[in-house]
Design a protein around this ligand. Sequence first.
Ligand code: IMP
Length: 199
Amino acid sequence: MVIAAATKNNNKIREIAAITGAFGIDIISRAEAGVPDDVEIEEDGETFEENSEKKAREIMLICGMPAIADDSGLMVDALDGAPGVMSARFAGTHGDDAANNRRLTELLAGVPYEKRTAKFVSVITLVFTDGRSISARGECKGHMILEPRGDSGFGYDPLFVPEGYDETFAELGDEIKNKISHRSAALRKLKDLLKAEGF
Ligand code: IMP
């Protein structure tokens, strides 16, 4: 089976393809699947599940082949789960990591460390051409710090210390992050679900 990736992010495509490849499922980019570059899918859902399902379904409908999408973000307990689905545009501009991190640390100033618990969430959804879908959610728990540390990774990585570690995701680096991250947990679950579906 060949599946179209809804994301334009080649790193994510590689991570997903490494799992699905073992099941004889090949992932191709949305461009290779014939999706015009200017097609933007609005992430207007209230949950990661809604957004990843919407992205996969719209790409499936455009290219007529199964599609896979992921949606992810950070949920901070002291902020009632914010930034959540707004993670990429928390400070207003989509993808402005520095501004998002500044806003987060401003909101958390005065909150003691033990109350700065948070989790990263990733939901990966595969939608088939008959409309059926498989959805896998992965989480990674940790704490937020108020001064960014480390240079690797992206987004909120310099502010997030995963459970069981003293360093941030940005200090730990990709090799460790990819073993314990929300995205790798979602991919492990996807692997189990594909097995259970008989792939
Ligand atoms: P998306 O799923 O690529 O749209 O990511 C949404 C946003 O969540 C990103 O722009 C980041 O702000 C945040 N995010 C998701 N995953 C991570 C991660 O692994 N590290 C840091 N930030 C992340």
